[in-house]
Every structure is written in structure tokens, then in C-alpha cells.
Design a protein around this ligand. Structure first.
Ligand code: NAI
Ligand code: MG
Length: 335
């Protein structure tokens, strides 16, 4: 039976990079059916609802979604639909690989090959527990870390290391200062690490981690950390290897998975055909691995590398003069 996946085209640069990605997947002949569903601003305009029930039903049924970015207003306004989706389906593991690619405008053209495993459902990203006093002088926000949440994310990181032949897991924390929440995460990480004697375990304080990542990123293999630190570190890692245009991510839970770019809707370049489609394409490669098509995932990654090597129609963020679609066609021609 042909597998159906839910496709969310998103807003900003979302529709452009989704068109590009589906074009390359068609060239790969992956044999998937696509069911389109709306979320975010587009859904609000079309259905009067930021996250329609039909979209939730589609993802629940298909268990796999490929999703473009969704805009979230900064400061006030509605809370993030991305975060809501991750929490709704309990997609607790946010898995973000950062790999050096040829011909990117990056500090590290080689040597970076790491995965950030970010806890995706708790930590500082709770939508409840945020308040501002009536006089506007004091803002509060609560952070919740649980033993269960910490244990399953650290275990996920170790299992990923075992499955992919990686050697080391680094738990990133701030338990020296935030002794309660970050302390619980670190203690659980230490306990889980004991069950994996074949994998090297290391712990590192988050500020030092930032410096180490910029100076010597090759020392890292798998990083596991809480929600906010993981969000920030994975953008930093994207920057090391040539920017957000090359950084994919998977949100994985027990009953479903949503694959997306690390980057957002990039309103500054939306509608101009300038967006690099590689982040969503690399997310699609993660999706192909997930749905049992690892050969196609490898073909896709190899085609991206070959196109970068040939400097064929690279988008402006990579120093080229290509467009979203011409770059995608160049990749499609190499699958
Ligand atoms: P952003 O990631 O959209 O953009 C940051 C910078 O990177 C911009 O200069 C942008 O032009 C560039 N950029 C991003 N993707 C690119 C691509 N594919 N090719 C070339 N350049 C690219 O982050 P920003 O501006 O902070 O956020 C914009 C909106 O996106 C916000 O509403 C935010 O909440 C939302 N967002 C959504 C995410 C999601 O849907 N998962 C993730 C991150 C942000
Ligand atoms: Mg982010």
C-alpha cells in the first residue's frame, strides 16, 4: 500500500521551498501520496482556526508530516503553532543534524558532523505559566523539567548514537546555576549514561558549549539538551555549516513524526524565489529514513552534495545566483 504523508505548506518562504522539495521527491520517485493540510496564518485565513481539527486528524492518521515553517508573532499575539503541534502529538525528540557541506559560506567546510537532540515538550517552552503583572513591571515564566521527560530524551540520544554508530553523547546543561530544572536533567542524564558503557558520556555547561562549538565543533558527536538550549545551539550549529538554509530537523514521538527545516518563515525573503530549499530537502531525507526508504534518503543527500560541489544554481545565501526552483531542478537532475 502506498504510504500517505501530510504536507503543510506553511507561510512566508514555506510554499516556495515545499514546491521545490516535492519536485525533487518526484524526481526520486519515492512513491508517496501527499495529503495537504493547513496550519498557522494560512489556516486562520481559510478556516478561521490556526490549527484546524482536520489538520490534526490528518497527521494522526498518516503519522508522518512534512512541514514548512509557520510564522509566530514576536512578543504578543498567538502562541507558536509549531510548539503546539509538537506538544499535541508528544513529539518529544527534536533531532537536528549539522554536517559540513562543500561550497557553503561557512567557517567549517569540513569536520562538522554532529546531531543535536533537543527535548521538545517541556523546559522553558510551556505556554501556560507566562504572565505579566498589571502594572507591566514584572514578567514571570515557569520552567518545568520532569524525570520522565529527561529520561526519554537522553535515552533517545543514546539509542540514536548506538543505531548510527556514533561514539559520544554530550549532555548540555546549566546545573551549576539552575540547580532545580537543569540539575534534574543532568542527574537523569548521568543515570541513563550508565546503561550505555560503550558510548562515551560527557557533560558540558551551556555557555562553554557555545564557545567550544565555535572553536572546535569536530569534538562533538551527539548533543542532548533541554528545549531552550537545544533551540539556540541548533541554530548555532546551522551557522557553523553554512546557515539555516542547510539545517533540517525531525520532531519524533511514539506515535508520529513531523519533519521540517530548523529555520523559520524568513519574511525578509518570502515570495522572491531566493530561499534555499536544502533544509526542507534534508528534512525530507530524514523522513525517507524514517519511512523505511534509506536508499532514497542517501540518493537525495548525495544529489544535494553533488549540486553544491558543482556550484550549480546555488541560492544567494550560498553565494550563488540561482533561485529556489532552479536550485531544486539542479538537485533533481542529479538524483
Ligand atoms: P528565520 O529562520 O525565518 O530567518 C532567519 C534568517 O535566515 C533570515 O535572514 C532569513 O532570510 C534567513 N533564512 C532562513 N531560512 C532561509 C532559507 N531557507 N534560505 C535562505 N535564507 C534563509 O528566523 P526569524 O526571522 O527569526 O523568524 C521568522 C518567523 O519564523 C518567526 O515568526 C518565527 O517564529 C518563525 N519560525 C518558525 C519556525 C518553524 O516553523 N518551525 C522555526 C523558527 C522560526
Ligand atoms: Mg528555533
Amino acid at each position: 500500500m502506498t504510504q500517505t504523508i501530510t504536507v503543510i505548506r506553511g507561510d512566508g518562504i514555506g510554499p516556495e521551498i515545499m514546491d521545490a522539495t516535492l519536485l525533487v521527491l518526484a524526481a526520486l520517485n519515492v512513491g508517496l501520496n501527499y495529503e495537504e493540510a493547513d496550519a498557522g496564518l494560512v489556516a486562520l485565513e481559510k478556516h478561521g482556526d490556526l490549527l484546524p481539527q482536520a489538520t490534526l486528524d490528518s497527521i494522526k492518521k498518516n503519522k508522518v508530516a512534512l512541514k514548512s515553517p509557520l510564522t509566530t508573532p514576536v512578543g504578543g499575539g498567538f502562541s507558536s503553532i509549531n510548539v503546539a503541534l509538537r506538544r499535541h502529538f508528544d513529539l518529544y525528540a527534536n533531532v537536528r543534524p549539522a554536517t559540513s557541506f562543500p561550497n557553503t559560506k561557512s567557517r567549517f567546510a569540513s569536520g562538522v558532523n554532529l546531531i543535536t537532540v533537543r527535548e521538545n515538550t517541556e523546559g522553558a517552552y510551556l505556554s501556560e505559566g507566562q504572565s505579566l503583572s498589571e502594572d507591566g513591571e514584572v514578567a514571570l515564566s515557569s520552567v518545568r523539567v520532569t524525570r520522565k521527560g529527561s529520561e526519554r530524551i537522553v535515552r533517545y540520544a543514546f539509542e540514536l548514537a548506538v543505531k548510527t554508530g556514533r561514539k559520544k553523547v554530550t549532555a548540555v546543561h546549566k546545573a551549576n546555576i539552575i540547580k532545580s530544572t537543569s540539575g534534574l536533567f543532568l542527574n537523569v542524564a548521568r543515570e541513563v549514561a550508565k546503561e550505555y558503557p560503550a558510548i562515551q558520556f560527557e557533560e558540558m555547561i551551556v555557555d562553554n558549549t557555545c564557545m567550544q562549538l565555535v572553536m572546535r565543533p569536530e569534538q562533538f558527536d551527539v548533543i542532548v539538551t533541554t528545549n531552550l538550549f537545544g533551540d539556540i545551539l541548533s541554530d548555532l550549529c546551522a551557522g557553523l555549516v553554512g546557515g539555516l538554509g542547510l539545517a533540517p530537523g525531525a520532531n519524533i514521538g511514539e506515535t508520529g513524526a513531523i519533519f521540517e527545516a530548523v529555520h523559520g518563515s524568513a519574511p525578509d525573503i518570502a515570495g522572491k524565489g531566493l530561499a534555499n530549499p536544502c533544509a526542507l530537502l534534508l528534512a525530507a531525507a530524514q523522513m525517507l529514513d524514517h519511512v523505511g526508504q534509506p536508499e532514497n534518503a542517501t540518493r537525495l543527500r548525495n544529489a544535494i552534495v553533488a549540486t553544491l560541489e558543482a556550484k550549480d544554481n546555488l541560492t544567494p545565501d550560498l553565494g550563488g545566483t540561482g533561485s529556489t526552483m532552479s536550485f531544486a531542478k539542479a538537485i533533481a537532475s542529479r538524483v
